[in-house]
Design a protein around this ligand. Structure first.
Ligand SMILES: *Cc1c(COP(=O)(O)O)cnc(C)c1O
Length: 375
């Protein structure tokens, strides 16, 4: 039997009765759009994260777009973003006519290196692009060093958005993700640590004006009712049925984060010394959205993947091509001095199966085959 890369079935089996009851309740009341479960979910996420305002929306990508729109990003303006990330983090700038400015990440945390921000801004300045903000990403589940990034942002008059599509539920220096940036965005895509059964997302902020604007933008920029429109907006609501599913998943989310941590600890115990295992910043916790090892330079990664696949063990490469080498993004500015860490990571990273229900026996098998392959 092949080992799954993630296992949503094991999770569903635990909560199936509750899921069925909550979905049936939505079918019964019929409030499919912005129904009571949406309000209940927003209140619960606000309570859990400590953010004053939580607005659910249609996807993590739309959450980023709502945030940029609320912060007033204009065509031609620059926003610093890591090149080592999922496409959506950079995609939302060109959607508004704005410009992604690619910055370097730290080799251990995989996250935006605060020390590289000035080199990214210098590249934009040299190209005559005015930088207005930064999108930090909590890659693979670990939040970026948001205090240091915010300090640089404050000194330079920039906003900070935290793309927490993978890192919702974690903390940095004791502060909860959702409260560590001007606006935090997350995704409820099924494979994320907190996923629904379709597309979904949310934005978190303590700023009442930004919150009100994003609530309006989510529904066509509506004003006092749906026939008074004050802004150019979107159709970006979370379906009530997805909110019901998320309320059910939230009942076990904290426990699942602990289970993911236990899997990560065990991987580290079995693998460290033989391969470079992921390093947590001592100030951070992680949701372990991915468990990503780094192979030594020059390793034939495809051969290792093939050997694992042969033994029924799936692996993935997040991400094989940095954003600044992708066709639609090639012309955008790259930090002065280039992105050597990013380039090396794209060649060497390998993500192993990771989910809360990974058994010790499967984990032993994964590590045994991996250690043979890299020996
Ligand atoms: C998944 C993801 C997104 C996009 O979320 P969607 O809900 O798929 O639109 C954005 N940023 C990062 C880092 C992601 O992993």
């Amino acid at each position: 039997m092949a080992i799954p890369f993630i296992d949503l079935h094991a999770q569903q089996a635990r909560i199936r009765a509750d899921l069925d009851a909550r979905m049936a309740a939505v079918l019964d009341h019929g409030g499919y759009i912005l129904g009571r479960e949406v309000l209940e979910l927003e209140a619960e996420l606000a309570q859990q994260s400590g953010a004053t305002h939580v607005i659910t929306c249609s996807s993590g990508t739309d959450a980023l777009l709502l945030a940029l729109m609320a912060l007033g990003v204009r065509p031609g303006q620059g926003v610093i973003v890591p090149s080592f990330t999922f496409t959506a983090s950079a995609e939302v700038m060109p959607m508004l006519g704005a410009i992604p400015v690619f910055a370097e990440v730290d080799a251990d945390s995989f996250n935006l290196d605060p020390a590289g921000l000035a080199k990214a801004k210098a590249a934009a300045d040299a190209a005559g692009i005015s930088v207005v903000g930064i999108i930090a990403v909590g890659l693979f589940g670990q939040p970026a060093n948001l205090p240091a990034i915010s300090e640089y942002a404050k000194a330079n008059g920039l906003f900070v958005i935290d793309d927490a599509a993978q890192s919702y539920g974690t903390t940095y220096a004791g502060g909860a993700v959702g409260t560590l940036a001007d606006i935090t965005c997350t995704s409820f895509f099924p494979a994320k640590p907190l996923g629904c059964y379709g597309d979904g997302g949310a934005v978190f902020t303590n700023n009442a004006d930004h919150a009100a604007l994003m609530r309006s933008l989510r529904v066509h920029g509506q004003g006092k009712d749906k026939y008074h429109n004050e802004h150019i907006g979107m159709t970006a609501r979370l379906d009530t049925i997805q909110a019901a599913i998320l309320l059910s998943k939230l009942t076990i989310f904290a426990e699942e984060l602990d289970m993911r941590q236990a899997v990560a600890d065990r991987y580290a115990a079995l693998l460290s010394g033989s391969v470079k295992v992921p390093q947590l910043d001592p100030m951070a916790t992680s949701s372990w959205a991915q468990y990503t090892i780094c192979l030594p330079d020059g390793t034939d990664r495809a051969a290792i993947q093939a050997q694992l696949q042969e033994a029924g063990i799936p692996t993935a490469i997040y991400y094989p091509v940095p954003m600044h080498h992708q066709t639609p993004y090639k012309a955008y500015p790259v930090a002065e001095g280039g992105l050597a860490v990013t380039e090396a990571l794209c060649k060497n990273v390998l993500s192993l199966p990771m989910h809360p229900y990974l058994s010790e026996a499967d984990q032993d098998e994964i590590c045994k085959v991996l250690l043979e392959a890299v020996a």
